[in-house]
Design a protein around this ligand. Structure first.
Ligand code: ZN
Length: 530
């Protein structure tokens, strides 16, 4: 479709209002760069009049060299009774030196009376003066009509006069805001239609997700001829969030056929979603449409069998289109076909007979009932498979270990934890006894075992442990274990994840750690099993 739709990202302003999110200037610059790569047309960097951090962002953003996106600064209309020229906030907005400014103003008679506490006429003058000042300073001006839809319900004529004030002063886009996020699609469409019938100025839509309709309402507005869609990465935002940029992009491109970004940019969607969630320090939502790790994951035996025959049977779009991937869960519901597929995905070459596949599936079920989860721990899954093969013998065995921990005074009332591990490791028929210290019990045990292994496997010190996650397993989940440990390891450019589960945290850690070391020896250090 040749329809031109522009994406306006407000993650750095509205998205940052979400409970639990606090962005540094550095964070914001990183996100802006990523959004530019994604092909977003406008990036709203913040509200320079409201805090010095946002003002600093705009200074540093001058050297961002955005290739695609234009930066926008956000600010409110001038104060009641004042002049636009002498308004400190509008001055700060101009000082941000962005090509685009977005002026937010009231478009709801009730808010004008009760919140702004001024007259309807003065509010119209505030809108017009503020927009005009920005136009005089050669800015592209978007007018965010705050609470427009509620205003349209309460006093339709006045809500439209607010838009008229902005349009007459030269606003380049009138952005209709569902600030409270409570509009149904029917109500919203009716209002957009009424505006569209009266205005030549391009329209925009800004929705919140309080009624879980933000994305649907944005798409409906596009259907009514709205040109600009404002949204936030992963739907971040105050209360229940804003329209989710990921879903907006994917739906526009894949469902409505609007080329809002290129195919290559669309394929970055999952990556951008995870990148930003990393920066804002919010765990990615696995169930998020299009980009979540579960979005194309198949678990039920029937579904798995069907998807293996035909991709489209249980998927509404191709996962690759949005940079995601199809996953088959190794789970009790999967059946033997799934485990065969899982082996292929893991690059494990041997074919299993039906009986072997079934036996392996039972082994997986048994481990899962103990609290293991192989879904995010491919290396442990591979070790489980390999160990189940006839003739496998492990490269090393931990015969025995003991760990001493002590909490010593380090003066001035401070204390320091010290750990020491002793281990008996059998390698190639030879029993080695070693001891090592560490900054914690697992670290000490790791050091002791490597000390024993290094004689036989000199490259063992190449293995680095990057991440160590401990999860308390909910007893309601019906497993006997109390903790699950996930360890992410790497050597050179290879990375792998292993898992252990037990009622004892040290044991669970050791299981994950030994899987990691054994996996490395097999994959990287030239050791051949059996
Ligand atoms: Zn908003």
């Amino acid at each position: 479709m040749t329809m031109q739709i522009e994406l306006y990202d407000t993650t750095l302003r509205d998205g940052a209002q979400m409970e639990g999110i606090s962005l540094s200037v550095e964070d914001k610059l990183k996100i802006a760069r990523k959004l530019d790569e994604l092909g977003v047309h406008y990036i709203e960097g913040g509200w320079p009049g409201s805090n010095p951090k946002d003002a600093e962002f705009f200074v540093r953003a001058q050297s961002l060299n955005l290739r695609h996106a234009r930066l926008a600064a956000f600010g409110a209309t001038r104060r009641p009774g004042g002049s636009a020229d002498g308004d400190a906030n509008l001055r700060a907005l101009l000082d941000a030196r962005t090509p685009v400014v977005t002026i937010v103003g009231k478009a709801n008679d009730v808010h004008v009376r009760d919140v702004l506490e001024t007259s309807q006429e003065e509010n119209l003058a505030m809108i017009a003066d503020s927009v005009r000042l920005m136009k005089q300073n050669a800015r592209t001006v978007f007018f965010d009509a705050e609470h427009f839809f509620d205003g349209f319900s309460s006093d339709r004529d006045y809500a439209l006069r607010c838009l008229r004030a902005a349009a007459s002063a030269g606003a380049d886009c009138l952005v209709l805001c569902d600030t409270n996020g409570g509009m149904t699609t029917g109500q919203l469409v009716e209002a957009v239609r009424a505006v569209k019938a009266q205005f030549e100025t391009p329209l925009g839509i800004h929705t919140h997700n309080d009624a879980e309709l933000a994305v649907a309402n944005s798409l409906a507005a596009v259907g009514e001829g709205v040109r600009q869609v404002q949204a936030c990465v992963n739907g971040y935002g105050e209360r229940c969030g804003n329209a989710n940029l990921m879903s907006v992009i994917a739906n526009l491109k894949l469902k409505l056929g609007v080329d809002v970004v290129s195919d290559e940019q669309l394929a970055m969607l999952t990556d951008v979603s995870h990148y930003v969630s990393e920066i804002v320090n919010m765990a990615p939502d696995p169930y998020q449409p299009y980009v979540g790790t579960s979005a194309f994951t198949h678990k039920g035996g029937l579904h798995v069998a069907a998807v293996l025959k035909s991709d489209a049977s249980y998927q509404h779009v191709r996962p690759e289109a949005v940079g995601n991937e199809r996953r088959m869960l190794v789970s009790e519901l999967g059946g033997s076909r799934a485990i065969q597929q899982k082996l292929r995905e893991a690059g494990i070459e041997f074919e299993l007979s039906r009986e072997e596949a079934r036996a392996l599936q039972e082994l997986v079920n048994e481990r899962e009932s103990k609290g293991y989860q192989f879904e995010g721990a491919g290396a442990s899954f591979e070790m489980l498979v390999r160990r189940s093969r006839p003739g496998y013998s492990a490269p090393f065995e931990l015969e025995d270990f003991w760990i001493v921990e002590r909490s010593a005074s380090s003066g001035g009332g401070a204390r320091e934890m010290q750990a020491e591990a002793m281990a008996k490791v059998r390698v190639d028929g030879k029993l080695l006894q070693t001891a090592a210290e560490g900054n914690g019990p697992v670290n000490a045990l790791d050091a002791a075992v490597r000390k024993a292994l290094v004689e036989f496997f000199p490259t063992i010190y190449a293995v680095k442990l990057f991440d160590f996650k401990v999860r308390i397993i909910d007893s309601a989940a019906g497993t006997s274990a109390a903790v699950r440990v996930l360890i992410e390891s790497g050597a050179g450019d290879a990375f792998w994840t292993t898992v252990g589960a037990s009622t004892d945290i040290i044991e669970a850690s050791w299981m994950a750690l030994s899987d990691s070391l054994e996996y490395f020896l097999m994959k990287r250090a030239g050791w051949t099993p059996g």
